[in-house]
Structure formats: structure tokens, C-alpha cells
Design a protein around this ligand. Structure first.
Ligand SMILES: Cc1cc2nc3c(=O)[nH]c(=O)nc-3n(C[C@H](O)[C@H](O)[C@H](O)COP(=O)(O)O)c2cc1C
Length: 378
């Protein structure tokens, strides 16, 4: 038995292996509603053998979407289509997970292929997509050329905290078994956590404890609406890679505080707080964020998921075997090969006869293998 293909349990939920489909926004929703695109996009990863399939960032309120195409779960009417998707994922043996999000000052942005710049008159002319006002902990724009967001009032803060709770209740009704909160990559919760975006002097800022308060309240609000038997995960940017920003030591403290209010795992990503330019300190190589998952796991004593530039089965196996993380999450490699988990299982010797495949494919592939061997072609 390999480590990558050993089961892993959080609360009452068992993943058949350690491979998660990292959230991947498709920008294909209309008014936040999921459709057949999302079903096929996510369904193929369940068929491909991942232990956990996360939806993309799913907005807890309409104005919390990053783009016009973001998925949403701010209304009960949005449950039905997501329920079909969650059911399919579960029937194929994967755990259906949802990522809940609020974009904060990154809201009202163009899709990546439209420029990842603020929505403006061109979008209105070409796609009838209007810009909208963004909110943030402080009135500091995301980057040069971005509009200044409105500093959140106490009412705004309480409304968004409650919206995360309501979205958690809907996630349960939709049949998801794990929630990941998007508190990384410069989204709203990360904006509260990072001193670069949060310059408030009230109880929601001013100190490390103050900046953490919003994340803690979001976790509590979700826990009140989410069954105790199901896990809750936070995706954090473990470092901002910028002087004056969050560092790994801050992330350890944040993780400990989240654990104390019922968070079960930290998904360790990095960066994204200030503009599109890659920070000088950020050096990208295979598994470059894994050391953060390792550090958080050992120093905050909480399960972790490693993500970022992972594609090699043996390397992923090694990360799990050596206790660097409890799970690995892959995004772009799975876009390239949605069957990556099944191929990784074969490569690592965990599935020699296509037994892990759905029988509809596995039966034929096993027969083809036998024939190829008989004909001396393999
Ligand atoms: C198409 C695409 C969409 C993404 N959307 C999200 C998202 O909705 N939420 C999120 O947390 N990260 C998102 N990411 C980041 C990935 O989840 C992942 O962290 C990142 O791509 C690094 O992993 P990789 O090297 O395996 O691609 C997205 C990445 C891609 C490629």
C-alpha cells in the first residue's frame, strides 16, 4: 500500500486517498448558478479517482463574486444544481467539497482571459457586464489602477459573517461533506488577516488578534450551521512574500486559533495580497509551498494539505510518506489529465489491474492490457 493511496479521515469523513482537486474557478456561471459545465468539469475528476473534489470559489453573497462568472450559494435556489453535482461526486467514491468565498476588494474583476483587470465600460459594451462596488477591511485598492474599495462598516462585517453561515447551511443541504473557506490569495478573509490590506484600528484590526478576529468569527458562524461530523478547512496564504505582510510564524498562530474553533485542516497556499506582479521573494519550483504545509502541521498541530506546482506521483507519495502534509491538492495537472490519480496509482503500483477505475472503463482497459501482453506489444 502506498501512502498517497492510503485512506485519511477527518471527523466522520474518510477520503479513499490523499489526493484533492484544488478549487478551480471556471467563470462559467450565470448569476452564480451552477450548470452542466460545472457538473462535467467536477464530475470528470471524481471519475478520475481523486479522494476529494472541491468546487471552485463559491461566493457567499452576490457582491462577493470576483467576476460575473463566479459560482454562488447566496440563495436557496442555488442549492438544487449543486446537489446534483455533489451526489454524482459521492456516487463515484469521492468526497464532495465546496470552497466558500468572498472576494472583498478583488470583486468586480474581469475573467483571466479578459485581462484580470477591473470590470469597466468595455465589459458593459461587449458583454453587458456592469462593474459593482467592492468592500474591504480598509479603503486600500488591491493594486495600482484598481478602484478604492469601501471600508466595511460593522453592519457589513456582521452581514458577511452571517452569509458564510447561511452558505454553510446551504452547502449541507446540497450534500457537500467538507467545506473549505477561501482565506488566501488576497480574498476578503486574507485581506483581514494581512497587515498589508488591513489597517483598521478597531477590534477587527490593529493587532494580530484583531486581524484574525474576522476569520475566527467566520469559522464560528460556519460551525453553527455545519454538522459537527463534517470537516472544515481553511485555505490560507501562509506567507505574503512581502515585507510587512504575513509570514509563516503568523500563519502558525492563525492556524492554532482556527483549530480552537473547530477547523480541522489548513490548505497551505501563499501570496496574492498585493497586485499581479510576483513578489521578489517568491521562487517557484516543484512543491515550493510544501514546506509551509509541513511547518503548519508540526508547529500548529493540525492536519495540512499541500498545494502548488505538484505533478509528479513519486514526489507526492514522498510528501505524504514523510509527513510533510496529510493531503496534496492539484489543479493544473488535473486540467491536463483528469485521470491523474488513476495514472499515479498505476505508476506507484497501487493499482495494477485497473481495479480503481470505474468498471465501465476498467473492464475494457484490463482486457486491452491482457491482449497487448499476449500479442507481445507491451
Ligand atoms: C483554472 C484555475 C482556477 C483557480 N481557481 C481557484 C479558486 O477558485 N480558488 C482557489 O483557492 N484557488 C484557485 N486556483 C488556484 C489553485 O487551486 C491552485 O492553488 C494553484 O493553481 C496551484 O496549484 P497547481 O500548481 O497544481 O495548479 C485556480 C487555479 C486554476 C489553474
Amino acid at each position: 500500500m502506498t501512502h498517497l493511496f492510503s485512506p485519511f479521515t477527518l471527523r466522520d469523513v474518510t477520503f479513499k486517498n490523499r489526493i484533492a482537486v484544488s478549487p478551480m474557478s471556471q467563470y462559467r456561471a450565470l448569476n452564480g448558478d451552477a450548470n452542466l459545465w460545472h457538473a462535467v468539469h467536477l464530475g470528470r475528476f471524481a471519475m478520475g479517482g481523486a479522494g476529494l473534489v472541491y468546487t471552485e470559489a463559491t461566493a457567499v453573497e452576490a457582491d462577493g463574486r470576483r467576476t460575473h462568472g463566479d459560482l454562488g450559494l447566496w440563495d436557496d435556489s442555488q442549492i438544487k444544481e449543486l446537489r446534483r453535482i455533489a451526489e454524482f461526486i459521492e456516487n463515484e467514491g469521492s468526497v464532495p467539497g465546496i470552497q466558500l468565498a468572498h472576494a472583498g476588494r478583488k470583486a468586480s474583476e474581469r475573467r483571466p482571459w479578459h485581462g484580470e483587470t477591473p470590470v469597466d465600460a468595455e465589459d458593459v459594451a461587449e458583454r453587458k457586464e456592469e462593474p459593482w462596488d467592492a468592500i474591504a477591511p480598509s479603503a486600500i485598492p488591491y493594486a495600482d489602477g484598481w478602484p478604492t474599495p469601501c471600508e466595511m462598516s460593522e453592519d457589513d462585517i456582521q452581514r458577511v459573517i452571517a452569509a458564510f453561515g447561511s452558505a454553510a447551511r446551504r452547502s449541507h443541504e446540497a450534500g457537500f461533506k467538507i467545506i473549505e473557506v477561501y482565506a488566501a490569495h488576497g480574498f476578503l478573509i486574507h485581506q483581514f488577516l494581512s497587515p498589508i490590506a488591513n489597517q483598521r484600528t478597531d477590534q477587527w484590526g490593529g493587532s494580530a488578534e484583531g486581524r484574525m478576529r474576522f476569520a475566527i468569527k467566520v469559522a464560528e458562524s460556519i460551525r453553527e450551521n455545519w454538522p459537527e461530523k463534517y470537516p472544515l478547512v481553511f485555505r490560507l496564504s501562509a506567507t505574503d512574500w512581502l515585507d510587512g505582510g504575513l509570514e509563516a510564524a503568523d500563519t502558525i498562530e492563525i492556524s492554532k486559533a482556527l483549530k480552537a474553533v473547530g477547523v480541522d485542516m489548513i490548505d497551505c497556499s501563499t501570496g496574492g495580497i498585493g497586485g499581479k506582479d510576483r513578489p521578489r521573494r517568491m521562487v517557484i519550483e516543484q512543491g515550493f509551498q510544501v514546506p509551509f504545509a509541513h511547518q503548519v502541521k508540526s508547529e500548529a498541530d493540525i492536519a495540512t494539505m499541500a498545494v502548488g506546482f505538484l505533478w509528479d506521483a513519486k514526489t507526492c507519495e514522498e510528501h505524504i510518506a514523510t509527513g510533510k502534509a496529510d493531503m496534496v491538492a492539484l489543479a493544473r495537472e488535473l486540467l491536463d489529465d483528469p485521470n491523474w490519480p488513476l495514472h499515479a496509482a498505476a505508476e506507484l503500483g497501487a493499482d495494477e489491474n485497473h481495479n480503481m477505475w470505474s468498471v465501465e472503463a476498467g473492464w475494457w482497459l484490463m482486457k486491452r492490457d491482457r491482449l497487448l501482453t499476449k500479442l507481445g506489444l507491451r
